[in-house]
Design a protein around this ligand. Sequence first.
Ligand code: ADP
Ligand code: MG
Length: 728
Amino acid sequence: MAVDLSTRLDRVLGAKTATAMAAQLSLHTVRDLLRHYPRRYASRGEMTRLDDLQVGDRVTVLAQVRSVETRPMRQRRGSITEVTVGDGAGTMRLVFFNHRHARLVAGAWGLFAGTVGEYRDAKQFAHPDLHLITGDDDEDWARALIPLYPASKDVSSWVIQRSVKLLLDAAGGFGFVEDPLPEEIRARHGLPSLPAALLGIHRPASTDDVEQASHRLKWDEALTLQLTLAARRRAAALEPGIARPQRPGGLLAAVDAALPFELTEGQRAVGEELTAELAREQPMHRLLQGEVGSGKTVVALRAMAQVVDAGGQAALLAPTEVLAAQHARGIRALLGPLGRAGELDGAAEGTRVVLLTGSLKAAARRAARADVAEGRAGIVVGTHALLQEDVEFADLGLVVVDEQHRFGVEQRDALRAKGNRPPHVLVMTATPIPRTVAMTVYGDLETSTLRQLPSGRGGVASSVVPVREKPAWLDRAWVRLREEIAAGRQAYVVCPRIGEDAGAEEEPADEDGAPDDAAEATDRRPPLAVLDVAEALRDGPLAGLRLEVLHGRMTPEAKEATMRAFAAGEVDVLVATTVVEVGVDVPNATVMVVMDADRFGVSQLHQLRGRVARGEHQGLCLLVSEAPSASATGQRLAAVAGTSDGFELARLDLETRREGDVLGAAQSGRRSTIRLLSLLEDEELIAQARAEATALLATERGLADHPGLAAEVAALATDERAEYLEKA
Ligand code: ADP
Ligand code: MG
């Protein structure tokens, strides 16, 4: 039978199987089935560690039956059978009602699939699917390694295994699969052919087979991704932008003269890099990463000033209204009369700083839009409102995106599209990005890093307060907070929820959210809420202090007024949601108490902590949680408290999230495109693939001689476009 990758599965498999595969696992074609790789392998020598299974996991295990006991049920007719299966590392109970498996006897081997449950402190499967392995089975089950596939209700792992075998038999091997990878690349990196790799991943004879096969299949993923990114870089390089060289005696000079501090060495070095790049016609695409508090804003402001001096406009996109307002306020204060051109006391040679957010009243918004469209505003600061269609620029020369992790690539691109020619782009993030992620998700950006904090910073001491185990520590925490206030400092108390009106909007869900929330959420109490906690503190441990709340349900005016009062030192304690997470800058605040800290993601906690590391005083960050110290969650918190090394934390964050989530969020391909590649473990491979991709595209004929690769890249692009459409 003639089979190729696009053959529909119902032509090779039974109709029922094919329908279930399509409906439950989205497997439609031969290609889909072959790309549905085993999650792991079982062998009879070294068995699945039953002990490692978590309640709630949906798994397939290979184990031997130890005992079988059948007894009548007490309340109803019928019988109940308890089967104990075991492996070297533990035992597990299977429970069947009215079972009729004649071959389910002590000594038998089988694959058991189901959801891990718990009964009287022991793990169990209630009426699992099973496939017993006996001597009469075909050679499949005699294999050294039995592949265990991601399965679904009606498509068990062994059905998938059998389907792959059927396909192999029907096609007479995987020879029909064409290898898209050029021979030279395979030879250079010692990679097996694609047919060999597919055989190795689906029907390995040894773990070596699996390793070689998956290494090769990862290469396919890495190369396709890198080719896409390299093509994007080349396309961007071909479309020239406008050079914005430095002019003496302008806004930039004024900014430098007005700065109340010396730039750090890092700020100066990155500044020179930016100055040089902005002076080129080829648009800059740069990622500026730097620890919380490393002073990225001033670096961005200097770049914006240079662009304004060269006759262009600069836009600064911030993720929240609070942050946008703070940026606008800070920039205006620094520029003084130079930022008020056209106003009574404004300097004629200056420009205007315009704030554009969703909450502006219609008239103010119209005026702001006109300033932007007619070029009177050189510096435009805003939130998502900047991206709207009716916002037009006279000559947008530079786009700055603050806290990039809060935005998608589409948003950056939407703003970029507002330039008459491609503007320069600077994106900033305090969430450090491991090198592999910089090469993939941010594959089209060059990177600069601010490693050093401005001198004279006190640093932050962090500890976990495990309230279940040490309730007295929480009392102690409030005493510490009062001491700081008495010494003239200020404090934040952060809660995961706003509270009171249950029907109303909560803070927008964050993609950084605690990774295990969904799984654990079911029987946990609701997260602590700002409004409740504020009341309890006012009447209790913080009585007498000036305490205010801040959250996303307040009007923008109220938020702004509260932030101002806090910044001016008129408020001692701010009880808030994560609206204070990013960028908020009040150097006199030294204490941060995070309630229900386990409900936040690693990088969120790091960001939050950054709010109290901003002045000369030593900061204190307390992570309050009910999670037991020994639990995975407790240990995650301890790790955050234990290090302030952002790179270390980024790694931890990446470990607790899935690769697909990281890549998916940045549109670097549909989740399904990246199956095996690990951003944590495959750094070397990704770097090699990047080099090969760049070299391939640098040749005159590009991918013209490699139609297979070109097709893979095109398929990825289609995937991406499909995803855009779904989102629109
Ligand atoms: P982030 O990188 O987290 O965005 P900011 O740009 O908000 O940090 O800067 C944090 C604080 O440090 C601000 O109050 C800023 O004015 C101050 N700052 C920036 N650069 C310096 C410097 N070179 N010396 C002293 N303070 C600085
Ligand atoms: Mg910032």
